[in-house]
Every structure is written in C-alpha cells, then in structure tokens.
Design a protein around this ligand. Structure first.
Ligand SMILES: O=P(O)(O)O[C@H]1O[C@H](CO)[C@@H](O)[C@H]1O
Ligand SMILES: Nc1nc2[nH]cnc2c(=O)[nH]1
Length: 307
C-alpha cells in the first residue's frame, strides 16, 4: 500500500474525528465474535471501512467492518481505537491489506496494541473458554509458503530489514495483563500462557495437522494475528495478544478403525460408533459471545493501567 494511500486514509480520518480522538494511545483488534470488546468506549465515533481508502471489507461472520474511536477509563479518559473486524488472507485479501490498519494506527501514533482472536486448543490442558496470553508464535505460512507481510522493499530507512522476533510479545504488557486479571479476580485457570500457530485457513486442521502443530510446540491455532503482529513490531509498537479458546482441535491418540468396525459388523458383534467431532464457525462465535464480557473487562483494565 503506497504512502499516498495512507495519506488519503489519514486525511479522511482527520475530517471525520474530533481532535481528542485523533491520536489514540492504544489499539484493539477484535477477533471473531469479539467486537463487543469495544463497548466500554465512551464518546465513540464509528468509521466504516468503506469510508477509508486502503481498507478492505471483512467478509467473515462475527466481524463488522468498522473502526471505533473512543475514550476509555475515568476522567478525561484514554483515547483508543478498536478494529471491529479484521482481514484474513483466506478471504482473498493480500497481506498488505490484512496489515493496512496496523500501518494506519502507527501513523496515528499508537504505541500499544492488543490483538485478540478465537483459536482452537492443541494443548489438552486448555479447555474451551480459556484466555491465552500469547508469548510466542509458529508461523507456518511464513516458514513454508513465503507469506509474510514484510516482504518487499524496505518501507523506509527507519524500518528494520531483518526484524528480530524473540521479543515480539511484550513482557511489559503481559505483566500488566496478569496484574489486571488479579484485579478482576479472574480464576487462576481462566488465563494461561502459550504459543499460537498461524495457519492460512480457511480449512480447520485435520487430526494429523493438529498433532503436527502440537508436536512442534504450539498450544493454540488460528488463521489470523501473526501478520498483524509482524507489522506492529515492524512499526515499533508493543504487542499483547489474547487468544480465546473456542474449541478443541481433535488430536486422537488412535484413529477410529473403520476396518475393525466392518469386521465386527460382519461377525455380528456390536459396534459402538463415536460421535462425530467437527468444529464449526458457529461454535467459535458462540464461545466468543459467552466470554466477551470477561475479555472486555480484562482488556479495559490493561488499557487503564498503561502509563
Ligand atoms: O482469528 P479470528 O479472526 O478471531 O478468527 C478465527 O475464527 C475463524 C474460524 O472460525 C478464523 O478466521 C480464525 O482465525
Ligand atoms: N485454524 C483454526 N482456527 C480456528 N479458529 C477458531 N478455532 C480454530 C481452529 O480450531 N483452527
């Protein structure tokens, strides 16, 4: 996306927003079913993506296509921008579009970003409903498919060509998060730490893929977030990522043997068939809806603790 496009977006925002909302201190990216994370904002001005050059349209159910600017917290409040609806590569968006809002946030002066997502659990110790503070990632499309939003000419002499990622997930923000969880009296098991595997989607994992990702060290898996993290880090922002576990990825220790079942049927022995275990986006959205309030309080508390 060219500098002219970004300049056009910034001009449009300057025309639509009051002065006190134009330089947000922090940004929130709302994952699938999590758009209500922004409902704690006051003085909200919503800007539809369609009003902004360079923005795509989010086509996934559970993702609106709106930027919400507002104030958070008591007194004068902290200006915040929330992305209600993100872009995924599987929708057909180039990665430059997927990360375009992050580029715009950087130009608006955003220093801290909280990125949320819905994810499948690979780690059996993470039940549905757990919130996972991401401390690392495994980006299969980067490693194997040359899908990286930082490909291309260096954006400016101020950007880093070879971006280190060993510090991608801000310890400072994660520390605030666990303090926020304590202040919100969240049960200890409700907030865990783990590694996010980014896959391109839109297919969910086969059992063998789930087993592979787990063996490679991932705790949760999803189809978003990592491109946004890479762009945010390239822009020098501090990043906090929260994954909400919406389903368990099926990783059977042994496969159901259709061969054995047929042999049993033919021999007249009883056969117990296991229920089918398939995930759906409806299930993902339903868990998002159930947990949105807890996520919202946590995110709001972290933002209120920023200095
Ligand atoms: O990562 P978010 O956008 O929260 O959405 C997750 O949920 C969708 C699949 O149900 C995928 O888009 C996956 O990435
Ligand atoms: N890839 C992937 N993305 C998800 N988003 C929510 N659940 C899942 C899942 O099980 N797998």
């Amino acid at each position: 996306m060219s500098e002219d496009t970004i300049a056009g977006t910034l001009d449009a925002l300057a025309g639509l927003l009051p002065e006190h909302l134009l330089n947000p201190k922090a940004a929130i990216v709302c994952g699938s079913g999590l758009s209500t994370l922004a409902s704690s904002l006051r003085d909200v001005v919503e800007v539809p993506y369609s009003a902004l050059q360079g923005f795509g349209k989010s086509t996934v159910p559970g993702h609106k296509s709106v930027l919400a600017f507002g104030l958070l917290g008591p007194g004068a409040g902290v200006p915040v921008v929330a992305m209600l609806g993100r872009f995924h590569a599987y929708e057909g968006h180039p990665l430059s579009t997927v990360v375009y809002p992050i580029r715009v946030f950087a130009k608006l002066g955003v220093q801290n970003i909280i990125i949320t997502n819905a994810a499948g659990a690979l780690n059996p110790n993470l039940p549905v409903g757990t919130i996972v503070a991401i401390h690392d990632h495994l980006a299969i499309p980067n490693m194997a498919g040359a899908l990286n939003p930082l490909f291309g000419p260096l954006r400016s002499p101020d950007h880093v060509r070879f971006l280190p990622l060993s510090d991608a997930y801000s310890p400072r923000l994660r520390r605030l998060l666990f303090r926020a969880a304590h202040a919100e009296q969240l049960p200890e098991a409700a907030l865990a730490e783990g590694t996010y595997a980014w896959v391109s989607g839109p297919t969910y994992e086969t059992p063998a893929e789930g087993r592979f990702l787990r063996a490679a060290g991932a705790d949760v898996v999803g189809m978003s977030t990592v491109p946004e993290v890479l762009a945010a880090r390239e822009e020098g922002m501090d990043v906090l990522v929260l994954s909400l576990v919406t389903n368990a990825v099926v990783i059977p220790e042994t496969y159901r043997s259709i061969k054995a079942e047929v042999e049993a049927e033919l021999a007249g022995r009883p056969v117990v068939q296991p229920p089918p275990a398939v995930v759906s986006h409806e299930e993902v959205l339903a868990v998002g809806k159930q947990k949105a309030e807890v996520m919202k309080s946590l995110v709001a508390r972290v933002l209120s603790m920023l200095d």
